[in-house]
Design a protein around this ligand. Structure first.
Ligand code: FES
Ligand code: FES
Length: 155
């Protein structure tokens, strides 16, 4: 077991976990934040994407010890006071969600992009999402959603 202090969705936490756990396990099993999904478990699908220290990361590839002192944001942080974020609304309104399994990872990769670059080009959006796989939508509605979110955020 190891003790780790870190910040999740704005809350400082101190927890003791098995040192073999990954950030994905800590979020889902220890903190009950099950919005983050496990797909491939080998860093290839992006379903487990969260933002750590400002970067989109695959939480299945981050070991517990690497989380020490980190600032982590999960999909649960997008909704505030029961109101969906403009990014979530854009995904809903553009049909970017079918089974929904990829959606939390898509949203967090997009948020990491827009936090740094609020006016990305289409190529920049595609690059930011290249690590996130979707078996349902064909990606076009997702691309439209991100562009729509950019427009909504300017209002
Ligand atoms: Fe982490 Fe697929 S579950 S990248
Ligand atoms: Fe099903 Fe993307 S909506 S995997």
């Amino acid at each position: 077991m190891i003790d780790i202090k870190f910040n999740v969705n704005g809350k400082d936490l101190e927890i003791s976990v098995d040192d073999s756990k990954r950030l994905l396990d800590i979020l889902r099993e220890d903190l009950g934040l099950t919005g983050t999904k496990e797909g491939c478990a080998v860093g290839e699908c992006g379903a487990c994407t969260v933002i750590m220290n400002g970067e989109a990361v695959n939480s299945c590839m981050i070991l517990a010890a690497q989380v020490r002192g980190a600032k982590v944001e999960t999909v649960e942080n997008l909704e505030q006071n029961d109101i969906l974020s403009r990014l979530q609304e854009a995904f809903l309104d553009n049909g970017a969600i079918q089974c929904g399994f990829c959606t939390p990872g898509m949203l967090m990769s997009t948020k990491a992009l827009l936090d740094k670059n609020p006016n990305p080009t289409e190529d920049e959006i595609k690059t930011a999402l290249e690590g996130n796989l979707c078996r349902c939508t064909g990606y076009v509605p997702i691309l439209h959603s991100v562009k729509d979110a950019v427009t909504r955020m300017k209002k």
